[in-house]
Design a protein around this ligand. Structure first.
Ligand SMILES: *Cc1c(COP(=O)(O)O)cnc(C)c1O
Length: 950
């Protein structure tokens, strides 16, 4: 055996454990298990065609070589992306720390207080800087956030009766090009009419419901938008502002000139460029839109004892409940990046941020002055960090690149230069030398630049304080910040403590060797709009990853652009839409979706302008084929697509799948496969083999990108031949299909930096390791199923009684004992485990997915815990809810209090099984009260009164 094989590190069960697990499952071999699990007619005949697996050492060496092919120029392109300085203490203690990056979305608040606090800091920072009342805990990128602003304002427009049927949205021509492209993508299916123009010439006509402005504009010009907003409001037009976060430190906040929504990216708060991402975008608005905000909001509430506790507020499970009426399809966001950006503000505090903003501005001012001496004409009279010049673009580019410098060239006669936190005086001199050469002059050398407060006119300057809260003023030494980060980390249960068995949301190993390249600036420090020739390392990796995913899905092409699974769904449906339109089928807009589908499916279909028709499930939980056929035939003239999850969200390989995809094709539709359950397919079968046309993959589930506490995600789409021409493009860097749809994300290759992780995963496992991972995922699930036999009822299984890679346990019968599924989820915390997925896809159930990365010992501990809990349920009665389940989770404070008056012992509360003593995890709060928090919504560190007064 090759003991340096990565497969041995990734896959949990050892050879030795395998035999006893097969015994428990009562099969002779894994082959027999697979035979009993996966329908024969979809099994692949051949192994995946992938290069041989690399060992971890070989991979590391190959990545260094590839990294060296990226040329790191000094880049002043701007356009929403700026070189930033990631404080080492944040890099080491958060970005490189599995305690932070392997956490799940904080649905189980009692074991997530650390990242919830970090996200509350983020929201507070956003509210302070934008001057708004409410902010969410991150969106996918600035352009997506801008599109969400456009659609949110569209959705609420009828609150003003005059605006009921009004559908025009004004877009300032100063908007970033990628944002304009994304607004186009999102506007078309909803019949929103975009009107792009100069905001100073806008006529505030009644036919507009909203507008978006860029602050400062893409040319760098800082406009005073107070007059615009005032006139817009008089005409009933709502105003969104896309604002640069660093500029807001010294500029008047959009809240102070009455913006309705403020969006932007927080990338320049310490996050590496990463050739496009991941970075956290923000979305801030007024209190009155609190029920319409896309994405997650963190709020303050209390626990059972009345102590302060945090949890996700309001729309926590919004798509699952509202489905096609959901406010957005955002599920996975950018939590880890929001945590880091918020921590950057904690680290610098208001003084530090002010210094950075003033420094960037002072350097820009000096540059502007010196360039004037070289007789260059500057287009923008006001600026924060960006100046735009009239100069020969081609000549400038040639000289600049010879000095390893990148500017932005909007057209042949224009050059734009955007400075940032990392800009040095040497850089200023280099820039000056480039223009001196262009002009055939000599530049005077700049030796010193005084950091001064802004040179902008008073009416553009911020006058209010920000980040006054204690947390932004207490942790400025490294010792203090390191301990604060550790304090928060200790409150959170992550994969470095125990299994997180989340059905549908695959939480497997995120190996260190996959993560290491992310720390290398040769990968971190490339701008997404840098010339492709400078990013050859990235281009090679991304191309190979696309090819790997295309091979794994059995399709013909891949786009890495979508930043989450749900964005992938939207992208895939838009590609299907473009395909139908290219054939003159403009009327195809019906999307069939089985009742068991994930809530993002209907939400995405609506965003893509489709009408959702729900198809029924059979008693066994499968798609009701006759119902599907009937509906497909009924809608055959207008059928656009079927969205189907495979294996089903119930964890079953439906044997009728090929018949189902054929019915759709026979009636003119395309088949969209939700790939969240791809972990049950890789190497065994694939979406191509079952007859699908497009699927998204959740690289943050199946392909080892860590969840980061709720993001980042990467949701590429893989498509069949006929759809390849329509893959999404980018307005700055030519990419995508030849008839590509407009942008789905800000950056051409989405979150390229995170893609390295999946590339590492596939490259180190190879065809054999990937298949083995799938088999072990199925093995582990079926092992749990057998061990729980007789204790819990499993809902749904395949025709031969097997689960796929996950299973649903029915907890509804326990209502007779007064026990709800939540009680089980909370009690698992006392046993040191994160709950499985609760109440999806069936209310009152839990869905368990162990993944291949857990070994038998961990699976046994988890099963022992569930079996012990089952015994506790048997002893519970509905009449007397004072029991160990209803009171769960139990905190250290309870256990060590002087009094103990519960009807069970302290040991029963906190140490119910022997294994726990060895590695006890303490929830930091008692059960949180969700309803209280929603009634009393507080989403920033400071009390809401502070904002009402302001
Ligand atoms: C996770 C998931 C999604 C959404 O993916 P995100 O990356 O969170 O946007 C969609 N469908 C299913 C079945 C999922 O499990």
């Amino acid at each position: 055996m090759k003991t340096d094989s990565f497969k041995l590190r990734h896959i949990g069960p050892s050879e030795k454990e395998l035999d006893s697990m097969l015994d428990t499952i009562k099969v002779d071999s894994v082959d027999q298990l697979i035979y009993e699990t996966v329908p024969d007619d979809i099994l692949l005949d051949n192994p995946l065609n992938l290069p041989p697996a690399l060992s971890e050492q070989e991979y590391s060496a190959s990545m260094l070589k590839l990294a060296a092919k990226n040329k790191i120029f000094k880049t002043f392109i701007g356009l929403g992306y700026h070189e930033a300085c990631l404080p080492a203490v944040i890099q080491r203690n958060i970005l490189e720390n599995p305690g932070w990056y392997t956490a799940y979305t904080p649905y189980q608040a009692e074991i997530a207080q650390g990242r919830l606090e970090a996200l509350l800091n983020f929201q507070t920072m956003i509210c302070d800087l934008t001057g708004m009342e409410l902010a969410n805990a991150s969106l996918l990128d600035e352009s997506t956030a801008a599109a969400e602003a456009m659609t949110m304002l569209f959705a609420v427009r009828s609150r003003d009766q005059k605006k009921n049927n009004v559908s025009k949205f004004f877009v300032s021509e100063e908007i970033l090009p990628q944002t304009l492209s994304l607004l186009q993508t999102r506007a078309t299916p909803l019949d929103i009419e975009l009107v792009v123009g100069n905001h100073e010439e806008f006529d505030f006509s009644d036919s507009f419901y909203g507008a978006i402005l860029q602050y400062p504009g893409k040319s760098g010009q800082v406009y005073d938008y107070a007059d615009f907003t005032k006139k817009a409001h008089e005409a009933g037009i709502k105003v969104a502002v896309a604002a640069d976060i660093l500029s807001l430190v010294t500029l008047k906040s959009p809240g102070s000139f009455n913006a309705d929504v403020v969006v932007g990216t927080t990338q320049r708060f310490g996050i590496p460029l990463g050739y496009g991402g991941p970075h956290a975008a923000y979305f801030a608005t007024r209190e009155e839109f609190k029920r319409n905000i896309p994405g997650r909001i963190i709020g303050i509430t209390q626990d059972t004892n009345g102590n302060r506790a945090l949890r996700m507020a309001l729309q926590t499970r919004e798509q699952h409940i509202k489905r096609d009426k959901a406010t957005s399809n955002i599920c996975t966001a950018q939590v880890l990046l929001a945590v880091m950006a918020g921590m950057y503000a904690v680290y610098h505090g208001p003084k530090g941020l002010t210094y950075i903003a003033n420094k960037v501005h002072s350097y820009t001012h000096t540059l502007s002055q010196e360039l004037k001496k070289l007789e260059l004409q500057q287009v923008n009279a006001t600026y924060f960090d960006t100046i735009t010049l009239k100069a020969d673009a081609a000549k400038t580019k040639e000289i600049a690149e010879s000095k390893e410098v990148n500017f932005y060239y909007p057209d042949n006669e224009t050059v734009s230069i955007s400075l940032n936190e990392a800009t040095t005086i040497d850089d200023i001199n280099t820039i000056l030398s480039i223009f001196a050469q262009l002009k055939g002059k000599t530049a005077t050398k700049v030796n010193n630049i005084d950091v001064q407060t802004t040179t902008l006119p008073d009416h553009l300057q911020r006058t209010t304080e920000f980040l006054t809260n204690e947390v932004f003023n207490a942790y400025h030494s490294e010792t203090e910040l390191m301990r604060y980060i550790k304090k928060l980390e200790r409150k959170d249960l992550s994969l470095n403590h125990s299994m997180i068995p989340l059905g549908s949301c695959t939480m497997k190993l995120n190996a260190a060797s996959e993560m290491l390249p992310l720390s290398n600036p040769q990968w971190g420090n490339i701008h997404p709009f840098a010339p492709v020739a400078q990013a050859q390392g990235y281009q090679e990796v991304l191309k190979q990853l696309e090819d790997q995913l295309t091979e794994i899905t059995g399709f013909a092409g891949t786009s890495l652009q979508p930043n989450s699974g749900a964005q992938g769904e939207f992208a895939g449906l838009m590609v299907i839409r473009a395909y139908h339109e290219s054939r003159g089928d403009h009327n195809r807009n019906i999307c069939l979706i089985p009742s068991s589908a994930h809530g993002t499916n209907p939400a995405s279909a609506v965003m893509a302008g489709m009408k959702v028709v729900v198809t029924k499930a059979t008693e066994e939980g499968n798609i009701d084929v006759e119902d599907l056929r009937e509906k497909a035939i009924k809608h055959k003239d207008n059928l656009a697509a079927l969205m189907v999850t495979y294996p089903s969200t119930h964890g079953v390989y439906e044997s009728a799948i090929k018949e189902i995809t054929k019915i759709i094709h026979d009636n003119g539709g395309q088949v969209y496969m939700d790939g969240a359950n791809m972990n049950a397919q890789v190497g065994l079968t694939n979406p191509g083999a079952i007859g699908a046309d497009v699927c998204h993959l959740n690289l943050h589930k199946t392909f080892a990108i860590p969840h980061g506490g709720g993001g980042p995600g990467v949701g590429p789409i893989c498509v069949a031949e006929q759809l390849v021409p329509f893959l999404p493009g980018n307005p700055v860097i030519p990419s995508g299909g030849e008839k590509g749809i407009t942008a789905i994300s800000s950056a051409p290759w989405g979150s390229a930096l995170a893609c390295l992780i999946s590339y590492g995963y596939i490259t180190m496992l190879g065809a054999d390791g990937l298949k083995s991972a799938t088999i072990h995922a199925i093995l582990n699930a079926n092992y749990i199923k057998e061990r729980l036999e007789g204790h819990y009822q499993t809902l749904y299984s395949g025709e031969r009684g097997r689960a796929a890679h996950e299973m649903i346990l029915d907890c509804r019968p326990f209502k007779a004992h007064g026990i709800e599924v939540t009680d089980i989820a909370k009690r698992l915390m006392d046993y040191g485990f994160h709950a499985p997925t609760v109440s999806f896809p069936v209310a009152g159930t839990i869905m368990i997915e162990p993944t291949e990365s857990e070994n038998k010992a961990e699976l046994d501990r988890f099963c022992d815990a569930l079996i012990a809990i089952r015994q506790e349920i048997a002893e519970a009665t509905a009449e007397n809810p004072n029991n160990v389940l209803k009171n769960a989770p139990h905190t250290q404070a309870m256990l060590t209090a002087d009094t103990w008056d519960l009807p069970y012992t302290r040991a029963q509360a906190a140490y119910p099984l022997p294994y726990i003593a060895d590695n006890k995890f303490w929830p930091s709060v008692r059960r949180v009260d969700d309803a209280y928090g929603d009634r009393n919504l507080i989403c920033t560190c400071a009390p809401i009164e502070a904002y009402l007064e302001a």
